[in-house]
Design a protein around this ligand. Structure first.
Ligand SMILES: Nc1ncnc2c1ncn2[C@@H]1O[C@H](COP(=O)(O)OP(=O)(O)O)[C@@H](O)[C@H]1O
Ligand SMILES: [Mg+2]
Length: 337
């Protein structure tokens, strides 16, 4: 949950994590997720408004995630968001979850604006997107099987690490030795911008089963796995920048919190003479600020939803309308106006 003002920036944001709720099942249980959203949403709205020092009547519009994702969870947010806007007689806008991630680096970096290449790496997605303007997205490549975050989570699980495994595996990798285990850099030996991470998981499984399964070995395998993913992502990012003819890379989504990925992409950018930008850690993983921000831009462009609750569990980001660009002062300028 967040309050964003285009003139003054982020006013407040709050997060209620369901990690503890889902931990005992080792993954998200859709029905539990929706029911928990029902319980937590209104208190979280009150808390966020109180932190912003605002009342509900101060809101000029309401944005909510309309997709893609689990339909039950989406319906809770869309139902509450749309109803709130109706009651307040302000416009409502359904935001694309991945557009939220993609714009997150801009929230606190007014200098940053398209064109850039975005690497979106989360639990559900691995995509390279050419961003020419806000809302103008061309998919350059994506995963053919597991997402990068999913690969982290599944690999962590098979070595017995707790849910969600990604951050645990990354922490363990810091104590592992580089090069003791060397895994493939999938699909880097041929041209193209697509990814495939499921084979890597199998390689780790075999290495783990054949090993002595000591704590030190587990850390070495974690390091080998992380290096393989990070190298693969970095190679594809470089290719994507070349293909798009752009020099700025932005990284978003939960895996964007990975320290080694950040470090390696910084080094690569320095070597190439380009730049790479990441949102702060809290805005890499799912958060309300990115949805409020993306929604504020779309509302400012005059876009809004009809008076109905509609969600899109599957939603291609390339079908979003292009809405505008940023002026030199960091102000939002609506295209064709
Ligand atoms: N430091 C990290 N290193 C690697 N993966 C991470 C790290 N922190 C979070 N992740 C991964 O990010 C994913 C969550 O991303 P997020 O965008 O919040 O989720 P979703 O895909 O559900 O929208 C999980 O797969 C998690 O393991
Ligand atoms: Mg996400």
């Amino acid at each position: 949950m967040a309050v964003y003002d285009l003139a003054t920036g982020l006013r407040a944001h709050a997060l209620y994590s369901q990690v503890a709720l889902h931990a005992e099942y080792g993954g998200v249980v859709p029905e539990l997720a929706s029911r928990d959203h029902v319980r937590k949403l209104l208190p979280l709205i009150r808390q966020t408004l109180a932190e912003a020092g605002l009342g509900v009547r101060d809101l000029g519009g309401v944005a909510y995630t309309a997709g893609p994702g689990l339909v039950g969870a989406l319906l809770v947010g869309a139902g509450v968001g749309r109803a709130l806007a109706w009651a307040l007689d302000v416009p409502a806008i359904g935001v694309h979850h991945m557009e939220g991630h993609l714009l997150a680096p801009l929230i606190e970096d007014p200098e940053l604006r398209p064109p850039f290449v975005a690497l979106l790496v989360s639990g559900g997605h691995s995509q390279l997107v050419a961003v020419r303007a806000i809302g103008d997205y061309e998919l350059l490549g994506e995963t053919l099987d597991d997402a990068a975050g999913e690969a982290f989570d599944k690999t962590a699980k098979l070595m017995g690490l707790p849910y969600p495994g990604g951050p645990h595996l990354a922490k363990l990798a810091t104590t592992g030795r580089a090069g003791v285990f060397r895994f493939a850099r999938p699909m880097t030996d041929r041209p193209g911008l697509d990814f495939s991470f499921s084979g890597l998981k199998t390689q780790v499984l075999l290495a783990w089963q054949r090993s002595d399964q000591s704590a030190a070995t587990r850390a070495d395998i974690a390091r080998g796995f992380e290096d393989a993913i990070v190298d693969t992502l970095a190679i594809k990012c470089e290719r994507a920048l070349d293909a798009a003819g752009m020099d700025t890379l932005i990284v978003a989504g939960g895996v964007g919190a990975n320290a080694r990925l950040r470090e390696q992409l910084q080094e690569q950018a320095a070597r190439r003479g380009g730049r790479v930008r990441f949102p702060r850690l809290a805005f890499c993983t799912d958060n309300g600020a990115m949805i409020a921000y993306a929604g504020a831009l779309r509302l400012a462009a005059g876009l809004h939803e009809d008076a109905q609750v509609q969600v899109r569990p599957r939603w291609d980001m390339a079908t979003l309308p292009a809405v505008g660009r940023m002026s030199g002062e960091g102000r939002f300028v609506i295209r064709d106006s």
